[in-house]
Design a protein around this ligand. Structure first.
Ligand code: 5CA
Length: 446
């Protein structure tokens, strides 16, 4: 993409309404624009990162055999009356009446609808286990939408639902989801710690939230500091292997880690004092096992192979896809702007032309642009007729992990400058070497 043809409305001023750094940087970098309280338009740069995060979420869900689909945003109130949640959900649910006077709602979650879909199509244990998921916009009329995409009213969520014959099978699905989430967050460059939590309006007894530690987080959390040493890494997991998934669950949840709703001071004090931590965190996901709560209410029964009709055991599992942009920025920025992890960056590298209109410099930039593009990478070429300082400030603000700077002085010696956004370090290299380095970083063969 050439910046002269892109739509990147960066702001010079720091927006006064934004209280936390991720919100400020998303507005300044031209990623989002508020449409009304807690509702945002995703401008091209923000939309690109949102899609990259979605793709990683899709890949990790499908790696575990979970099946993608798409349910609508608007739902009929009838199903919610059957489960008893139409009234129970309270004022967070946006209720709508259509022209025929039918009660509708903008879905805050999809347990009822997926259970109804399942019920109409599956009647036998032979069709189990089954996990369906979608990535769809949700609406919750939050009393205090704030911090930009962190606590929106309209937000993008991945929500998945498992259907199993027995409680044991459903608990394997729960553990399997925990494994997929650990992998997903690590690919996004985040450490998200599973913590025992409260189930709220979804229901059930077993639930873990995934928290990214950050001072600006809305949740208060208590944990054993040893838990922050755990990483998932490059493990080869067989998602059908019950013991393997259970072992990961055990490893990541054995130590004390809880949100304030489930915090138990007496238990906490059993940890050696030097390892006790209380901190703040951003909830980027939550998994639930709620047994037969919805299958019984909506009549989702299967034949168990022994002549009985039994309600299926279910759980639901959510990732706050749009909130993740805020969480990543909170975890990865400096005073100049965002620092994208390579896994989600909107463009793989920036090319800065220091002397637009100089034929040799322009030609060198074009060659770099073509070479990176031919490798299947997406560079952002700042080809505007602007001063170098302004170009650097824009690149730093939007946070591309790598920048190639091209100017007449370096080119005289056949050199360009390759700069890491994270370390700030630069090296003089040939244009070919710069391309080769970037190709290597993104796993492309030059
Ligand atoms: N049905 C279940 C799981 S599929 C469910 O709705 N879970 S949830 O309520 O915990 O939401 C899942 C994730 O969505 C949360 O962990 C959080 O990361 C994200 N989320 C929830 N509310 C908001 C909000 N107002 N703005 C942005 N993200 C949100």
């Amino acid at each position: 993409m050439r910046l002269s043809r892109y739509f990147l409305p960066v702001l010079k001023e720091t927006p006064s309404e934004a209280q936390i750094v991720s919100h400020r940087l998303m507005l300044r970098a031209g990623m989002i624009k508020q449409a009304s309280a807690g509702i945002y338009s995703w401008l091209p740069l923000g939309y690109k990162v949102l899609k990259n995060i979605e793709n990683i979420v899709h890949e990790e869900q499908q790696r575990a055999g979970h099946i993608p689909m798409l349910m609508p945003t608007l739902q009929s109130a009838d199903l919610w009356r059957e489960s008893g949640r139409y009234d129970a959900y309270g004022p967070e649910m946006l209720r709508i009446t259509d022209r025929h006077g039918r009660d509708m709602l903008y879905g805050p979650t999809n347990e009822e609808m997926i259970t109804d879909i399942f019920k109409g199509a599956v009647g036998s244990y032979k069709d189990l286990p089954l996990t369906l998921y979608h990535i769809q916009w949700k609406f919750r009329d939050e009393i205090r939408p704030r911090f930009g995409v962190m606590r929106g009213r309209e937000f993008l969520m991945k929500d998945g639902y498992n259907f199993d014959l027995t409680k044991e099978d459903a608990l394997h699905a729960y553990n399997r989801h925990l494994v997929t989430y650990l992998r997903t967050y690590e690919r996004l460059g985040l450490q998200a710690i599973p913590m025992r939590a409260d189930s709220g309006p979804i229901g059930g007894d077993d639930t873990h939230e995934f928290l990214v530690l950050a001072e600006t987080g809305e949740s208060e959390v208590f944990y054993d500091s040893e838990i922050t040493d755990l990483t998932f890494g490059e493990r080869d997991i067989d998602y059908d292997n019950v013991e393997q998934c259970a072992a990961v669950m055990e490893e990541f949840t054995a130590r004390y880690a809880r949100t304030d709703e489930t915090h138990d001071e007496a238990e906490f004090e059993k940890i050696p004092e030097a390892r006790r931590r209380s901190a703040r965190g951003i909830e980027v996901g939550q998994i639930f096992y709620f047994g037969t709560k919805y299958s019984e209410a909506l009549g989702a029964m299967v034949d168990d192979g022994k002549g009985n009709k039994v309600p299926v055991h279910m759980g639901s599992h959510g990732i706050g896809v749009s909130r993740l942009l805020g969480a990543i920025i909170e975890a990865s920025h400096d005073d100049k702007g965002i620092i994208w992890p390579e896994g989600v960056t909107p463009f793989h590298a920036g090319i800065v032309n220091l002397r637009q209109g100089d034929s040799a410099t322009d030609a060198a930039c074009e060659t770099l642009y073509a070479a990176l593009t031919n490798l299947g990478l997406e560079p952002l070429y700042d080809d505007r007729d602007e001063r170098a300082g302004g170009k650097f400030a824009t690149m730093d603000l939007i946070g591309l992990p790598w920048r190639i700077t091209v100017g007449p002085r370096g080119l005289k010696n056949g050199m360009v400058e390759l700069t890491s956004r994270r370390s700030g370090e630069s090296e003089e290299v040939s244009p070919e070497a710069a391309v080769a380095r970037i190709a290597e970083i993104y796993g492309k063969s030059a």
